[in-house]
Write a protein that binds this ligand. Structure first.
Ligand SMILES: *Cc1c(COP(=O)(O)O)cnc(C)c1O
Length: 229
């Protein structure tokens, strides 16, 4: 199937759940993204700042770009002028830096807190307790140029569907809890980004509002091997 066919098929599924499809284009060339764009896709996710900026400059300006990978504070300035959603916020320090550059650009930047739900050591993210602590802090209360729109999580990379389902269920429950407590007066805390190629169907059943899908659209990514010479 072509990139366009894959997008049309995915759209059919996400429309049933009223879920936003974020097409993850990391490592993929401009031509592939242009094909997805020509099929009507407008929301794309990248995980590296430099690659994101290059693609932003090369592609149509009505694309909504999401950052889905770990963000270093010293790189916020490069994406602050145009980024639509930073899905991977995992510290108050990073949030303060985003706020600073949003202010400089006269914007309010939408963010998701990345929550650690996987049973793995390597994933970034806040624990439930750390997220609550951040949201209750005085430092957070002072930030006027960022808006927390919801949460993002990555499930364990496993074939165990029951485990994946439980991890998404816990994140959805935490999200609901925050909606009814800390965010009860705001109606813009409404995004729960969970689900990728291998688990987006489970995620949609567990309350996801936004799935991040790469290989189902573009095919498998080539893994880069590093040599010693
Ligand atoms: C790469 C990536 C995805 C997409 O992964 P696929 O398995 O290709 O769908 C989703 N979310 C994050 C955070 C990623 O880094």
């Amino acid at each position: 199937m072509s990139i366009a066919d894959n997008i049309i098929a995915l759209k059919k599924e996400t429309d049933q759940y009223n879920v936003t499809l974020v097409v993850v284009s990391k490592t993929k060339p401009i031509e592939d993204i242009q094909q997805a764009y020509d099929a009507g896709q407008r929301v794309f996710g990248e995980n590296q700042v430099q690659e994101l900026v290059e693609k932003y400059e090369a592609l149509p300006k009505d694309i909504e770009w999401h950052l889905i990978g770990h963000l270093q504070t010293n790189k916020v300035k490069y994406i602050a002028p145009f980024i639509s959603l930073i899905q991977s916020v995992d510290s108050i320090k990073l949030l303060q830096e985003i706020n600073k550059h949003a202010l400089k650009n006269d914007r309010v930047i939408d963010c998701l807190l990345q929550i650690y739900i996987a049973d793995e050591e390597t994933k970034y993210g806040l624990s439930f307790d750390e997220a609550i602590e951040l949201l209750r802090s005085e430092e957070y209360a002072e930030l006027k140029n960022i808006r927390i729109r919801g949460l993002m999580g990555i499930a364990t990379n496993t074939d165990n569907e029951k485990q994946i389902k439980e991890e998404f269920y816990e994140l959805d429950t935490f999200f609901d809890g925050l909606s009814q407590s800390i965010f009860r007066k705001e109606d813009t805390f409404d995004e729960l980004s969970m689900g990728m190629s291998s688990d987006y169907k489970i995620a949609m059943e567990q309350g996801s509002t936004m799935i991040r899908v790469g290989s189902t659209v573009f095919g498998a990514r080539v893994i880069k091997h590093f040599r010693n010479n």
